[in-house]
Every structure is written in C-alpha cells, then in structure tokens.
Design a protein around this ligand. Structure first.
Ligand code: NDP
Length: 609
C-alpha cells in the first residue's frame, strides 16, 4: 500500500505573505487571556460528566485491603501496555485500577455515534503481531477498538484481576513499609510496592466555562458521556430517533464533533453546530482490510509501519522511502519527498528545508480549503468552514460526510470566532452574535484536560511522596524527572504520558515504550530484592539539564497557530505544553534508554533494600 503525491495548487496560484497575514489575524482573533481557565474541570461541572457512568451499572462490593507488587493506575492503553510489559517481565502480582467499568480508557468512555479511530489503526492498535488481531478497516470503529482493549487484557492474563469502577483518590508513600498506600472511592486500601501512573491524556473531559452554562434547563452532556437514553439508539446502533422532535446544539468542531455531527444531522429536527475554529477535514477512504495484504505482511511489519508513520508525521522520509500510510497525516512529507526525489535529493540547509516544507504546507492547506468550496453550497458557510492556519496547528481530520451536512435544511453553522467562543447560555438555549437560539439539548464536544495543571488532569486529591510532600507542589514549576519516568522524592512511582521524554506520532507507541521501560526497572528491582528505587539528585539534575539543553523548540511555529490544546491555548512554553520533548528525536531517546538498560546497573537510581 503505497501512494502518489497529491495534486495541490501551485505556489503561483496564491500569495504567501497575504496568507501569512491572514493566519496571524485568525490567531489573534481567538487568543484568550484566560487560556486554560476558560474551561471548567469536569469533576466539578454541572453535568457530573466525570463521575457518572452512563454505560454500565456500578455494582456494590466490599472494600479490599491488600498488599501488591504493583498497582497500575488505569486500564486504558497506557495501563494495558504497562501491564503487558510487566507480565512479559515476569511480574504478575499487580492489578489495574480504573474508574471505568472495563478496560478501554477513552474507548470505554467515548461511545458517541460515529466514533472511529482517526489515524491509521494498523499503527494505532498496539501489539497486533502479538495478538494476531487485524483491524477490520484502516479507520477502525470505536466499538472494535474497545473490544480489542478487552481482548489484550484477557489474552495477556490481567483482565480478571482488575479493580474496576474504582477511582483512586489518594496515593501516599509510606516510608516505614516501603509501599504506596492507595486509597479509592470504594474505601479500599492497597499497599503497593510500585505504582505506575497510566492516567492517559484524554481521561478528564472539560466543559467550556461559558457564562450561564449552569442555568440551562434542557439536556446537557459531554460527548465522552453520551446519553443514548435521551438521543435514542445505542452505541452499536446509533439510530438517534428520539431527536426527531428536538433542537440540538453541539459545541465544537474538533475530532469528536466531526464524527458525531453527521449522525446528529441525520436525526435531529434542528442542529446547530457551534464552531470557534474550523478543523482541516480531508476525504476518508476507509475500505475493509484487504485479506491478501494482511497475509502478505512479514514479521516485524507493525514496528516498520509505525516507524514509517512517525517519520512521515514528525520527521522526514529517507531518500527512496515509500509512504505506507497514505492519508492526511503523511501528505506533506509525501509531497515534499516526491519533489526532492525529482531534483535528485539536493543537500538542503535546515532553513532551506523548512522553507520548502512551509510552501508545501500552504499548498496542502489551500487544497483543503478548496475541498470545502466544492462540498458546501452556501458561500458564507463554506467561507466560515475554511481553516486558516498551518498544518498540525490542530489535529488533522478526515470525514466524507461532515461538510455535506451543511447543505441540509435542518443544519446551521454558528460561527463564534468573533467572540472567542460562545457568548452565553440561557435557560432556554444559547446566545451567539447577539441572537438567542432556543434548543432542547446541548452537547459539549469541547475536549479534554490535556495540558492544564496536573491536579486538574489526574483528578486525584492527594499524591504524597517521601515526607508527605505533594507532587503538585513538587512540580509546581514543571516536571523534573530522570528520563521522564521517575522523580526524586517519590520512590517507586512511574509516569506514563507526555513528560520530559521522546515524542512519537503515535500515542500508543509512546505509552508502550514507557510501559516497557517502567516494567524493566520494576522487574529488576524485584529480582534484586530492592524495596525502593528513586533517582539520585545528581542524576535527575543532570538529565533535566540535558533535556532542556536539547529540548525540541517548536515555540515559533506554535506561536503562529490558532490556540488549542496543541499549543496550550497559546502559552507555548508552559510547563505541561504537549510538544516539549527530547530534541534529538524519538529514535535518539529510545537509544538513550536502551543504552541505559544495557549497562545493567540502574545507573542514577538510588537503590534501597
Ligand atoms: P478538541 O479539544 O479537539 O475540540 C474541542 C472543540 O470545542 C474545539 O472545536 C473548540 O474550539 C471547541 N470549543 C471549546 N470551547 C469553546 C467555546 N467556548 N465556544 C465554542 N467552541 C468551543 O476535543 P475533541 O473531543 O474533538 O478531540 C480531542 C482529542 O481526542 C483529539 O484531538 C484526539 O486526540 C482525540 N480523538 C481521537 C480520536 C481517534 O480516533 N484517535 C477520535 C476523537 C478524538 P477551538 O478549536 O477554537 O478551541
């Protein structure tokens, strides 16, 4: 499966300086001084969208009191991959603890109509060669991914020992017993030698703090807690027939909304799509997986494909390298590589390369803006749906149906870019551009806490290390770690996520490698009979210094973007900004860890028995 470069408008057909100026204006229009504070953390919100499980009843059980080698916080991809690597390393005395009623993480909670993987499932679904599973199509359905999560947990033997529908509320390191005391919403106390924080990155839904949101008298829910009882239909069969007499509004036009909107448009009496920043929405060919192709794959194919995806999305192809992914994520690299190949791969200085890449970026974005015009009949609506920013300022999306819905008489786009978001919510509806629209139902596809302060994202009240120090104070000015994995003062605690390490284009690849590294240290510590491991101050300081010296600096690029969680709402150098990563790249970071593990002496860790 390889593909040709796409046809994009030639540079002579548009004016780059004017486009640059247009991008700047569109960014300025949206920048808000309240940044993350424009959102309401959803564990404190009016819909209780964090606490309530609309998918599965919570059954009563007795509290558990137990010693364990490891508690794995989370049963999403981060927790599953950590558990897989623990098991492979011979550590089996562990439990996954999760707020959800089963394995799956975001794929457990997010069951909105139309939910699909929005990047290549042959890369995104981990361990395909180990499980022998093959996604049924490139952009697999959410239900299939959810089933696959459960399949992995069963196949590798940790499904049935998980403690589910259980929220971890406190983590306290007890120096005397050399264990973490793990408190939960069910009154449990686990005493775990090690803890792996597999919280994920999209675990905590957020709501826009729009004035009046708590006054609305109609139905209100977040897309990550879809209420089929209200809309009609089900996860497996999203026929939203109860909306036939309903006026519905959806806030957001991100990855979630563009998948849900076509279903809402099909069933609602009236649908208002409230848009602050348009997404880039390409076509989405999604044929069933070709069985002959699947049979032809050689061992090691998935790692090779993931590496190809990573180079295309975040680095660049080597001369002669073919694009295996062939979608919107890889288009710029594919097109530029084709140009350079035609020129015999000239030696370009980094600035020349970046300038060439920028031109291809404008061309691709022009193509995508042109796509809107060909699909949306009303000129004003089409104009509002055009994205004016560089590729990768926001997550690139694809849908064959999204633009077409705006040709339906029951669908109206409400552009709220001039007011930096929706102005107001009233008892009966919402106010946009001075007009009140009455609605019955408001759906917030308003995203998740990705880069806000740690406590807001983790939602755990107490995380205390040695001497009762809170991690939230410890990292008040940003994370300090050894290899993004552990921090001094918090023995035996391991972190998974976007934290002082390498950055991969695939979140599951990132989590998997982190899980592997954590499992390696834990299994070594257990083999050596160690009670506690934590970074020495010297090793941690040296790594943090090194990390900052070589840190990838995307701030110039990001400053020019329209704000979103990709740019930490415009505060690009914030401590938890998403793309603060190891500058020499993903491969170099993995090599650093491999060399460290190969030395075999757990260098830089203080070891206590
Ligand atoms: P996003 O954060 O991407 O989108 C939130 C939307 O809400 C944006 O359009 C945002 O506008 C809008 N919004 C927020 N506040 C307001 C306001 N006050 N007024 C009007 N609009 C507002 O969340 P999603 O749930 O769409 O996606 C989150 C992430 O989930 C994705 O980026 C992706 O990583 C993941 N995802 C992955 C999928 C997969 O298949 N792998 C599928 C779906 C989601 P603005 O852009 O202006 O901030």
């Amino acid at each position: 499966m390889t593909c040709k470069p796409t046809q994009t408008p030639a540079p002579e057909e548009f004016d780059i300086p004017s486009l640059r100026e247009k991008y700047r204006q569109e960014r300025d229009k949206r920048l808000r001084s309240d940044r993350q504070d424009q959102y309401v953390p959803s564990n404190a919100d009016v819909t209780h969208s964090y606490d309530v499980d609309p998918h599965m009843p919570v059954t009563a059980r007795e509290p558990i009191s137990e010693d364990l080698d490891v508690v794995v916080l989370g049963a999403g991809f981060a927790g599953i991959l950590a558990s897989y690597h623990l098991t492979k390393a011979g550590v089996t005395n562990f439990r996954n603890i999760d707020h959800a009623g089963d394995f799956g993480g975001v794929w457990y909670w997010n069951r909105y109509p139309g939910i699909q993987c929005d990047n290549d499932a042959y890369c995104y679904l981990p361990l395909l060669e180990e499980t022998g599973f093959m996604p049924s199509k490139k952009f697999a359905d959410g239900a299939e991914i959810y089933e696959y999560c459960k399949l992995m947990a069963r196949k590798f033997g940790f499904h049935d020992k998980a403690v589910l529908h259980t929220l971890i509320t406190s983590l306290r390191w007890d120096e005397e017993i050399g264990r973490w005391r793990v408190g939960t919403s069910r009154g449990d106390e686990f005493r775990a030698r090690f803890i792996i924080m597999g919280c994920g990155v999209l675990n905590m839904p957020k709501l826009p703090g729009i004035p009046g949101i708590d006054q609305f008298k109609g139905k209100l829910f977040h897309s990550a807690r879809w209420e089929y009882d209200y809309t009609g239909g089900s996860y497996q069969n999203p026929v939203l027939d109860k909306l036939a007499d309903k006026r519905v509004a959806i806030i957001g036009t991100g990855a979630t909304a563009i998948q849900a909107v076509p279903h809402l448009a099909r069933y609602a009496k009236q649908l208002y799509v409230i848009q602050r920043t348009p997404s880039t929405v390409d076509e989405r060919p999604n044929p069933p997986t070709d069985p002959d192709w699947a049979k032809s794959l050689e061992p090691g194919w998935q790692d090779e494909r993931k590496a190809n995806f990573h180079r295309a999305a975040m680095e660049f192809f080597a001369p002669g390298e073919e694009d295996q992914i062939c979608d919107i994520w890889t288009e710029i690299t594919r097109n530029l590589a084709a140009e350079l190949a035609a020129e015999g791969w000239p030696q370009l200085a980094p600035e020349e390369f970046m300038a060439r890449r920028e031109v291809v970026d404008y061309r691709v974005m022009e193509r995508l803006r042109g796509r809107v015009e060909t699909m949306v009949e009303d000129k004003e609506t089409a104009e509002s749906l055009k994205p004016w920013y560089r590729f990768l300022c926001k997550r690139p999306l694809s849908s064959n149906e999204f633009y077409g819905v705006f040709n339906q008489p029951n669908v109206k786009l409400i552009d709220v870019s001039d007011t930096k978001g929706l102005e107001r919510i009233t008892e009966k509806g919402f106010v946009a551009n001075g007009i009140e629209y009455e609605i019955d139902c408001l759906i917030c596809a308003s995203g998740f806490e990705v880069t806000s302060e740690l406590k807001r994202r983790w939602g755990i009240d107490v995380v205390e290390g040695r001497g009762g120090e809170s991690i939230y104070d410890h990292w008040a000015n940003g994370p300090e770690t050894l290899h993004g994995t552990m921090t001094r003062g918090f023995p035996n605690q391991f972190f998974i996520g976007y934290i002082q390490g390498g950055l991969n284009a695939s979140v599951t690849e990132q989590f998997g490698r982190q899980g592997y590294h954590s499992a390696h240290i834990i299994s070594e510590a257990l083999k050596r009979g160690l009670k506690a491991v934590e970074p020495t101050k010297e090793a941690q300081d040296a790594y943090v210094r090194h990390f900052h010296e070589v840190e990838m600096d995307m701030s110039q690029f990001q400053r020019e973007c329209t704000p979103s969680y990709f740019t930490n709402e415009g505060q690009v150098k914030a401590p938890w900004a998403l793309f603060r990563s190891y500058g020499p790249g993903w491969g170099a970071f993995q090599k650093l860890l491999e060399d460290w593990r190969a030395k075999g002496d757990l260098e830089g860790l203080e070891l206590r028995s």
